[in-house]
Design a protein around this ligand. Structure first.
Ligand code: HPA
Length: 249
């Protein structure tokens, strides 16, 4: 059954449900690629229809390298989503990407390995070499930034997202290398989500929430988990406001 969906939101670490959703319906979906991370949640924000999916499962039990990205995107598309915003926790590398900052990146470098990164990976499927020069949909990025402006939430426009394998955090040397490569942010879930969305022809943008300074950035000797969660909680508070403005704008 296809549904009317104005926007799909994929919640990352710290975002397991969308508060304020009305007329909520849940649906377990199976796909040719296996099961998505959890049931899909559908509901209304005013007159607008939102689909929500918790990338790591609603109990945060699926690590970044085990997320079934193909099933997640396919399920959303199959049920009628055309625009998808991925919310991703990240570490900050560039000086202005300090903890609690929100950013809408415009580039990606993929350092992940052993993930299923294409729908062509199926016997008999046609091989397609899609254009990925601009990994995010510019129109949706601009709409997201404009929505943030309307709510008065500061969001950094642009930046390069370095996608690492995880689930461990990086060494200082790895982050120094990412910085030399031109990465401004580092996270574990930006890929292959973005490329799979492109293969399916979906509009896709990332709303990155800086949870901590990446290893060797800032002045702390090591990264503390309680600090990550406190920063994420603070940054996540702005997400429903921005998404509501995006839907209603
Ligand atoms: N590195 C990778 N992924 C992350 C980080 C980090 O420092 N913080 C939150 N997600």
């Amino acid at each position: 059954m296809t549904r009317d969906i104005d926007l799909a939101l994929i919640g990352g670490t710290g975002l397991y449900r969308f508060a304020g959703l009305e007329d909520v319906e849940r649906q377990a979906v199976d796909t040719p690629f296996g099961a998505p991370s959890d049931e899909l949640v559908f509901g209304r924000v005013g007159a607008h229809r939102l689909a929500f999916l918790a990338r790591h499962g609603e109990s945060h039990t699926i690590p970044p390298h085990r997320v079934n990205y193909r099933a997640n995107l396919w399920a959303l598309m199959h049920l009628g989503a055309r625009r998808v915003v991925g919310v991703n926790a990240v570490g900050g590398i560039r000086a202005d990407m300090r903890p609690r900052v929100l950013a809408v990146p415009d580039q990606i470098i993929d350092y992940t390995s052993d993930r299923l990164t294409s729908y062509c990976d199926v016997a008999g499927a046609e091989v397609r070499h899609i254009d990925f020069s601009e990994p995010y949909t510019q129109g949706l990025r601009m709409d997201l930034l404009a929505a943030a402006r309307r709510t008065g939430v500061q969001v950094v426009d642009g930046g390069c997202y370095g996608a690492t394998q995880g689930p461990r955090l990086e060494t200082r040397a790895e982050i120094a290398r990412l910085r030399r490569d031109g990465c401004d942010l580092v996270g574990m879930t930006g890929m292959p989500e973005a490329v799979l969305a492109r293969e399916l022809g979906l509009d896709y943008a990332c709303l990155a929430l800086v949870a901590n300074w990446a290893a060797g950035c800032g002045d702390q000797a090591e990264i503390s988990l309680p600090e990550i969660f406190a920063n994420l909680e603070a940054a996540t508070a702005a997400v429903p406001k921005i998404v509501t403005a995006l839907l209603t704008g």
